[in-house]
Design a protein around this ligand. Structure first.
Ligand SMILES: [Ca+2]
Length: 617
C-alpha cells in the first residue's frame, strides 16, 4: 500500500475514533481513497488485543456453540506461514450484468485436480476490488498454516469483485447506489461466479462445501448472501460488517436496508448454515457498533449465530485475522444437517408438507400401485382398462370377501391421531350387478392394541361410472396407530378399480364435488382478492388481499424445492398486505399462498388452493 494513501485513511480513522465509535463518521468521504478500507491498513500482527471475546452472541448449538468456546481474539503465534498458495486471476461472464467480471482464485498448497475441494468466498470492502483480500489480511498465510497443521480442511478461496452493475463499470462513490450494486453480487455469485468456479476447478458441490465471508462491505454482503441463500452457503461469516443490511444511518448515507430488522433471519429455502459467525472490533472507527447491532437483531430474531468481539480491534487486520483464523478452522466441518435457529412458534406452521396441489399424498396409479396392497385374498395391479384420471387405475381382483380390497398405510409423521384430514378416492367397476355399495374405510390399532375399523365415506356406485368416496374433515381417532385406509365393498366380491386416492389437510376440497361433510362455508377463512404489485427498482413484490372476518393473523408460504415453506405467520390481523424482502432474483417465479388464522386454526388448504404465481421483475 502506498504510504500516502495509508496516511489519509489512518487520519480519517483517528478522527472517527475521536468522534465516537458508535457512528461511522467521516467528512468529505469522496476525497479519500477508500481502497484502503478494502485491503486493510497493512498491519501484520495482532497488537494490543485482549482475550475477552464477548458473550458469543446467540450460539445455541452445533458448530456455533463450539466456536463460542474456541475463538481466540488473536491468531496464535506460528499459525500464519509464508504462502504456498497459487493465485489465478480469472475473467468470467456475469449473467446478471451481461458483462465480464474478474476474480482471483487462491488455490491451496498441493492443489491437484485429482481431488475435489470446498470453496470459500472472501469479499472485499467498499470501493475495493478482487485483489484486496488476496494479501494483507492473512488469507493465504492462514490457509497455508492451518492446512499444513491439519487444523483446516483444504479449500479454494475465491476473492471476487463484488461490484455488480448493469450500467456502471465501477462505484461512483460511497453512496446508496454503490451499495445497491454491491447487493447485486447476490445474483452474480449464485448464478454466474459459483458455476464458473465449478466448471473450471476441482470443486465439491453443495451448501455443505460452500462458505462465504468478508470484511466491512464484504462482511455485509457475505451475511446478506448467506441470509438470502442458505441453500447455497452452508458457512457464513462477516468481519467488521458494514451497515445497511437493515435500515440505518451513518455519516455517508441513510441505508434503506436490504430487509427490515424483523426479517433479518435465514430465508426458509434450506437448512440454516452450520456456522454463522460475525466478528466486530471494539475500537472500529468505521463501522462502529454496527456488527454488534447485527448480532443483537439476530439474537432478537432467534437466529443461531456466534458473535466475536475483538477487544481493541479496529477496522483492520487485527479484527479480520482472528475471524478468518476461526472461520477457516470450522468451515466445512459440519455434519451436513444444518443448524436450527431454535425459534419457537406458538402456532403450528401454516403448512407442513403438502405438495403443489396442497395434498399430502396422491396415488394416480400411472406406473405403479403407488404403495397399495391387496387385503386378504385380493391382488392389486395397475390397469389401463379404465381410469378416472390419466390412462391407468388400480385394478383390485381375486376378492373372496367384501373386506378384501386395496389398502394403503398412512405415514404417521404426517397423519397424526386425533387430527382431521381430507381423504378422497375414486372407485368404479365394470362387471357385476348394476349398482354396488362401496366403503372407504380406516383400519387402526387403538391404545389397547385392538384393531378397529371406521368408515371414512360410503357411496353407491353404478356399473361403469366413476364415483368419489370422500370426506373433507375426517378425524383419525385419538390413540390410533398402524393407520391404513382401504376401499372395500359392502357385501359383493366383484373386481373393481380405484384411482386418484388423495390425502390432504382437513377442509381441502378434492375433485369437483369435494365429497361429503363440507366443513364450513368457503370464503371466510382464507384471503381472497389477492393482488400483486411489483417493484422493479428493488425487485420486491407486494401482496394485498381482502380482510378475513375474525382473522387473528395472516401467514405467507412459498412453494420452494418441493415444499410449502412458511415465510411468516405473524402478520397482524390489521394488515392486509405483505412486502417481500428486497432483491429477489429477477426472472424467478414463485407460487405464493396467503393464509389466515381464524379461531386458532390456519386454513392452509384453501390458501394453497388460491395460491398466486408471481415472477420477480
Ligand atoms: Ca390414474
Amino acid at each position: 500500500m502506498k504510504s500516502s494513501r495509508m496516511k489519509k485513511v489512518l487520519s480519517a480513522t483517528v478522527a472517527l475514533m475521536m468522534i465516537g465509535a458508535s457512528l461511522p463518521l467521516a467528512a468529505n468521504a469522496a476525497g479519500f481513497d477508500w481502497s484502503g478500507f478494502a485491503g486493510g491498513f497493512g498491519t501484520t500482527g495482532n497488537e494490543n488485543i485482549g482475550s475477552d471475546a464477548g458473550n458469543g452472541g446467540n450460539a445455541q448449538s452445533g458448530l456455533n456453540a463450539k466456536i463460542k468456546n474456541d475463538m481466540p481474539t488473536t491468531v496464535p503465534g506460528g499459525v500464519e506461514q509464508s504462502s504456498r498458495c497459487k493465485v489465478e486471476n480469472k475473467t468470467y461472464y456475469c449473467k446478471y450484468t451481461g458483462k465480464n467480471k474478474k476474480c482471483n482464485v487462491i488455490l491451496p498448497p498441493n492443489y491437484t485436480s485429482s481431488k475435489k475441494y470446498p470453496v470459500m468466498f472472501v469479499l472485499h470492502g467498499i470501493m475495493g476490488s478482487e485483489n484486496d483480500m488476496v494479501s494483507g489480511m492473512g488469507v493465504q498465510e492462514l490457509m497455508t498454516g492451518l492446512m499444513a497443521s491439519g487444523k483446516a480442511e483444504e479449500f479454494i478461496v475465491v476473492t471476487p469483485n463484488m461490484f455488480t452493475s448493469k450500467t456502471m463499470n465501477g462505484p461512483s462513490g460511497i453512496n446508496e447506489e454503490t451499495c445497491k450494486e454491491y447487493d447485486n453480487f447476490l445474483y452474480d455469485v449464485t448464478e454466474s461466479l459459483l458455476p464458473f468456479i465449478k466448471e473450471n476447478y476441482s470443486v465439491k458441490e453443495g451448501r455443505e462445501n460452500t462458505a462465504i465471508t468478508g470484511f466491512s462491505m464484504g462482511g455485509r454482503e457475505a451475511i446478506y448472501c448467506g441470509l438470502m441463500r442458505p441453500d447455497v452457503f452452508g458457512y457464513v461469516g462477516g468481519a467488521c460488517p458494514a451497515p445497511g443490511i437493515t435500515p440505518g444511518q451513518d455519516s455517508f448515507m441513510v441505508h434503506p436496508g436490504c430487509m427490515q430488522e424483523s426479517e433479518m433471519k435465514f430465508r426458509n429455502v434450506g437448512p440454516e448454515p452450520e456456522v454463522f459467525m460475525i466478528t466486530g472490533g471494539t475500537n472500529d472507527g468505521v463501522v462502529g457498533t454496527f456488527p454488534q447491532q447485527y448480532s443483537t437483531i439476530l439474537t432478537r430474531n432467534g437466529v443461531n449465530h456466534v458473535y466475536q468481539s475483538i477487544p481493541g480491534g479496529g477496522h483492520d487486520a487485527n479484527s479480520v485475522k482472528p475471524h478468518l483464523y476461526t472461520f477457516m478452522r470450522y468451515a466445512f466441518k459440519g455434519d451436513g444437517s444444518g443448524t436450527s435457529s431454535g425459534e419457537t412458534h406458538d402456532d403450528p406452521p401454516v403448512i407442513t408438507n403438502p405438495d403443489e396441489n396442497g395434498w399430502y399424498f396422491h396415488c394416480g396409479f400411472e406406473s405403479t400401485a403407488d404403495g397399495f396392497t391387496g387385503r386378504g385374498s385380493a391382488s392389486v395391479t395397475t390397469s389401463n382398462s379404465t381410469a378416472y384420471a390419466g390412462s391407468k387405475s388400480l385394478y383390485v381382483s381375486g376378492r373372496q370377501s367384501a373386506w378384501n380390497g386395496a389398502s394403503y398405510s398412512l405415514d404417521s409423521s404426517t397423519f397424526k391421531a386425533g387430527n382431521a384430514y381430507s381423504f378422497s378416492a375414486m372407485v368404479s367397476y365394470l362387471e357385476g350387478d348394476s349398482t354396488d355399495k362401496f366403503h372407504f374405510t380406516m383400519q387402526y390399532t387403538d391404545g389397547s392394541g385392538t384393531t378397529n375399523y371406521t368408515k371414512i365415506a360410503t357411496e353407491t356406485v353404478s356399473k361403469g361410472k366413476w364415483v368419489q368416496l370422500a370426506n373433507k374433515n375426517f378425524t383419525i381417532p385419538a390413540g390410533a396407530s398402524n393407520v391404513q385406509i382401504y376401499v372395500e365393498t359392502d357385501s359383493s366380491t366383484t373386481s373393481f378399480y380405484v384411482d386418484e386416492v388423495i390425502g390432504a389437510p382437513a377442509g381441502t376440497t378434492i375433485g369437483e364435488s369435494g365429497g361429503s361433510n363440507p366443513q364450513q362455508p368457503s370464503g371466510n377463512t382464507y384471503p381472497t382478492n389477492i393482488k400483486v404489485n411489483y417493484n422493479t427498482q428493488y425487485h420486491q413484490i407486494q401482496f394485498t388481499w381482502n380482510a378475513v372476518p375474525n382473522a387473528q393473523n395472516y401467514g405467507i408460504a412459498v412453494y420452494l424445492a418441493g415444499k410449502w415453506r412458511v415465510q411468516t405467520q405473524s402478520i397482524s390481523s390489521s394488515a392486509t398486505s405483505y412486502v417481500t424482502p428486497k432483491n429477489l432474483t429477477p426472472g424467478m417465479s414463485y407460487k405464493v399462498a396467503i393464509a389466515a388464522k381464524v379461531n386458532g386454526k390456519w386454513d392452509s388448504a384453501n390458501a394453497i388452493k388460491n395460491a398466486v404465481s408471481v415472477t420477480v421483475r
